[in-house]
Every structure is written in C-alpha cells, then in structure tokens.
Write a protein that binds this ligand. Sequence first.
Ligand code: SAH
Length: 397
Amino acid sequence: MTVLPLVFDAPRRTTPPRHLADLTRAEARTAAVELGQPAFRADQLARHYYAGVTDPAQMTDLPAAVRADLTAALLPGLLTPVRHQSADGGRTRKTLWRLHDGALVESVLMRYPERATVCISSQAGCGMACPFCATGQSGLTRNLSAAEIIGQAVAAAAAMASGDIPGGPGRLSNVVFMGMGEPLANYPRVRKTLDALLTPAPHGLGLAQRSVTVSTVGLVPAIRRLTEEGLNVTLAVSLHAPDDELRDTLVPINTRWKVAEVLGAADDYARRTGRRYSVEYALIRDVNDQPFRADLLGKLLSSRLAHVNLIPLNPTPGSPWDASPLPAQREFVARLRAAGVPTTVRDTRGSDIDGACGQLAAADQVDGVPSVALATPSVPQPPVEESVSLGTDPDEA
Ligand code: SAH
C-alpha cells in the first residue's frame, strides 16, 4: 500500500520562517551573533540577498562550513516559483509564487525601453472587495510578511540583472504596489518593504523614492501615517468615481472614508512631499465613464496637486463589466484636460496573460491545493497592444 505524504494535512503555519529581510540591520547582526557568528556575517548575507544570490556555494566570502546553516537560518526560501507566463516578447513576465503555507501570490515584471517596473503583491487575496477586481472576489487569505513582499522585488531585480528578460542585463528601476492586496492594510510590513527598496545597495535595492508607488483604496488613517513618516514615495489613490454614491459601490471602503476625506489626506501628503499624487480611475463602460462624471472629476481635482491615471477596465471572468470604448475614453481624457487636470491612460501590458491591474487572482489554486511546481521557461506571446494613442503614463505601468 502506498502511503502518501500528508503534506496538505500538516498544520498551516501562517507566520513564515524568520528571514533577514524582516529584521533591521541591528536585529540581523544580533541574530548572527546568536547563531555563533560574528555580527558582520549578517551584512555579508544581506549583500548576497539583495544581489539575488541564493546558492550558498556562491557565497565565497563566508566560510564554507557555515554557509548552508546561515542561509537556512536567515535566508530561508519563502517564495517558490510555480509558473512564469510571458507576453510582449518576454518583456512582460508574470510569476505565480507559492508561499510556505500554500498561499499563492503573483507579481508582474514589465520591461520598457527606459525602465523596468515590477508590480508586487502585499497580501494573499484582498479584503477590500472592489467588485471589478479579480483579487477582491476571493477575500483576504493573509498579510504577507515583509520578506515575502521584498522577495518579489529582489527576484525581479535578479531577473533583470541576469539578462533573463530580453534586452540584455538591466536594472530594476520601479516598484508599484499594484498587485494583490491593499498595501496600507498591511502597513508595518509595507513600511519595512519601503525601507528595503529605498536603502542603497548593498543593504537594500537602492530605488529612488519617486520610482516606488504605493497604491491604496484610500485608508485615510494609514495615508496620514505615511504622511508623517517623511517618505517621498509616489502615492496613488484608487478613486474610480468622483461621487460618493457611485464610489460606495465600486470601492466599498468608501462607506467608511468618503471621497472628500480620502482626497483631503492625499492633499496633505502632496503638500508635505511637494509632489503630485496619482488618482487611479478604471474606465468602466456605462458605469463611471459618462461625460458628466469626467466633468465632476475635473472640478474635484483641478485645484489639487494630482494627476489622473485612467485604466481601461481589464475585464475579469464572470464580471458583467467591460472597458469603455475608445471614443468614450477620448472624451473623458479631453474633458479632464480641459479642466486643467494632467491626465494619462495606462497601457494594457500583460492583459493577455491576466497580468494587468486587477487581474491577479492566483487562479491555479484548485480545491485549496496549489498545482505542482512547474517553473517552466517562458513561452513568448504576441506583443500586447499599448493604448499609445491617448498617451501612456511615464511613471507607472
Ligand atoms: N489595493 C490597492 C492596489 C490594487 S491594484 C488599490 O486599490 O489601489 C492597483 C489598481 O488596479 C487599483 O487602482 C485598482 O483599483 C485597479 N484595478 C483593480 N481591478 C481592475 C480591473 N479589473 N481593471 C482595471 N483596473 C483595476
């Protein structure tokens, strides 16, 4: 009789193993000492981690006898690639990751001529329940740890550096928190992630503040907390409707914090940083794309330090909604610009691999059991259309 390993019956440990990226530099050095090593081993490990080195054999500055143990203790593998899917000739790549407890998340790396952006997840699932968003349909599984979030960016940086992405070896330049989850609902871990992204190499990824975008449904107390931190990262607010009546239905948390409060908190952030925030607006046919709503939005934003980033809706399975037709998009843009509001239209990169905004749903989960690790090489797909006719957003993807 064959006895199957009871892998999926094992107790679900929801706290991932301890990882260097969850610790401050001082904590990591203390941890090294507790492992019987000099404190500077923690710095050596951090260097390897942020450079994308995971194989102990390559850590030649560490004594051979301790490499494996130190790596196991402080750099446990938290993200197992289940599958890569590519589009745009390999320049857009979505990765499905399995976490230690079987939870699944996705990240998407998009390479452009002038920049490379990774869209990362901050939670497994999402509790915000926006009806047009694929992630919102299944609810929240759990918050990701800082190391689980940081690991997605580190993997993207390593993929760029290794030359895996067509175009030759390059640098990861941008990170957007526009994958699965509501980043400001996982504030402490996202805050730690920001530190890791912004800290110069070799102790972090050394990204510029303006190249990191935190996107939120509008959790007002958390926006205010971010304002007090003194960071200058780009803030994006997912508005999707200028009026509370419609926004209550599209972004249900609006019943708690209204349009005026959300924009008021974003205004304070913009005043403190001196930089425009981004207002995200998914254009949904006959739902929020009417000319009168464009005028309302224009009026709402014309005197604010904001710019609008329109996203033609990426339809999700089972949703009755569709993207606005091109003439409606053009009319919407024209009315906003006439009101003096800087406006761009997001490109649709990755939509044919369900990798565009709002499409990440970790659909491989079957009956709670993730599919086996495939980690297959990317299969090139035809190029994805970019809606350049309306002008694409230079800062985000
Ligand atoms: N929770 C964060 C990050 C979510 S994803 C937030 O709400 O901002 C990033 C953006 O994609 C958000 O503006 C979100 O509203 C938008 N989005 C979600 N589903 C979408 C869809 N199906 N089509 C287009 N944009 C979508």
